[in-house]
Design a protein around this ligand. Structure first.
Ligand SMILES: Nc1ncnc2c1ncn2[C@@H]1O[C@H](COP(=O)(O)OP(=O)(O)OP(=O)(O)O)[C@@H](O)[C@H]1O
Ligand SMILES: [Mg+2]
Length: 367
């Protein structure tokens, strides 16, 4: 069976490194601070948070906001998990009694938890009921409770004022710590770290932007092939690393494709072909993304930063890539940074975050 894993649910067997970041997150939560975890798409936020939820020893509630689009859904997801935590303790009597005063009720059906809502209560009352339950459950457990809200950039789908509502709760909460997470850096920065942001001053910032280290990735690739009766040499594993740069998602995807392709021992040709196959498969998404962005000269700018990371603004460079002026280029780069597609490395230096996108931009456009 192919030993590489892609998907939402964290698998300890497939988890590489992140030891330092994990220790840091533990420390922040221990200190009682709320945290915002920010990283580009597919960098491994969800796996990292799920690892925390499962292994930190804290009572954690986890909701992926992307899949939730109403206050009812949001409250249900959290209440259900609170209930599960309490079910493991002797606190059932408390739950049953306490719930009488809340605007929702819980039923157990064949061991499954069902939540139903009183019809006349509005969203605000539901959220307040949830906050009350969080405080109360935390007090009963007498331990810190951690609420993890993944894909927080989607909060408006739940309620346009969810951030305001959470702000009030954060000010009055007791031993409940929040971890927010998302990939829309610009939006999260505005929300949490600009003085006009609704959740300004409420959280510590946690950038999960380091790529996975070479040694661990090489060792992981060699081990996963080895334990399934195939072989990749450390040198070719390094080649895979060089092409994926330690990007979590591509490490698994590349491993996956390569494992399928290789008969027994991976050859350089296998690596080459698997890589182009991945670029090919992802190309369609990138085409769509670029169309959606819709800026003139965006292709020129992407090709430029795919091919060089400095000396971008010289007139010779601009001319070579058909970009009319440095102000046009800086406007596009600013937009691409807001979307998390490119990252500023320093003064006048930029890079495409996604290594496969970079390869695509190099090959797809000709100047
Ligand atoms: N530490 C890790 N080691 C190895 N592989 C990982 C690690 N973290 C994540 N992955 C791989 O990368 C994939 C993407 O990770 P994950 O879903 O956690 O990213 P994300 O940052 O939450 O992405 P998105 O922005 O799309 O929500 C996972 O399905 C898994 O295959
Ligand atoms: Mg995620």
């Amino acid at each position: 069976m192919n030993p590489f894993k892609i998907g939402r649910s964290y698998n300890p067997e497939n988890f590489v490194d992140r030891e330092q970041e994990y220790a840091e997150l533990l420390e922040s939560v221990r200190s009682g601070n709320n945290v915002v975890v920010i990283a580009p798409r597919r960098f491994g936020k969800t796996w990292f948070l799920q690892k925390f939820a499962l292994e930190s020893g804290f009572n954690c509630l986890y909701v992926d906001l992307f899949g939730v689009y109403s206050v009812n859904g949001f409250v249900s997801a959290l209440v259900r998990q609170i209930f599960e935590i309490l079910r493991r303790t002797d606190l059932m009597a408390f739950v049953v009694n306490y719930l009488k005063s809340l605007p929702f009720s819980i039923e157990l059906n064949l061991g499954l938890v069902g939540i139903s809502f009183s019809k006349e209560v509005d969203d605000e009352a539901l959220l307040n009921g949830l906050y009350e339950l969080l405080n109360k459950a935390q007090r009963e457990l007498n331990e810190r409770l951690v609420v993890i809200l993944d894909e927080f950039q989607a909060y408006k789908n739940i309620h346009k004022n969810l951030a305001e509502s959470l702000r009030s709760y954060l000010q009055s909460r007791e031993n409940v710590v929040f971890i927010f997470s998302g990939s829309f850096k610009h939006m999260l920065e505005q929300l949490f770290f600009e003085s006009s942001g609704i959740l300004y001053h409420s959280c510590l910032r946690f950038d999960l932007n380091s790529l996975l280290p070479e040694n661990d990735c090489v060792e992981y690739l060699v081990r996963q092939f080895g334990r399934t009766g195939k072989v990749i040499s450390p040198d070719l594993a390094k080649e895979v690393y060089a092409r994926t740069k330690g990007h979590a998602y591509y490490l698994q995807l590349f491993g996956y494709e390569l494992w399928n392709r290789a008969d027994g021992k991976v050859s350089f040709d296998d690596v080459e072909h698997a890589f182009y196959e991945i670029v090919e498969k992802e190309s369609y998404n990138y085409d769509v993304l670029i169309e959606t962005l819709g800026y003139k000269y965006v292709k020129n700018a992407l090709k430029l930063i795919a091919e060089q990371s400095s000396d971008l603004f010289s007139s010779e460079t601009l001319e070579r890539y058909g970009i009319p002026s440095s102000s046009v280029l800086s406007k596009i780069l600013k937009k691409l940074s807001e979307y998390g597609i490119v990252e500023k490395l320093g003064r006048g230096r930029y890079e495409i975050v996604d290594p496969i996108f970079e390869q695509y931009a190099r090959k797809r456009f000709s100047n």
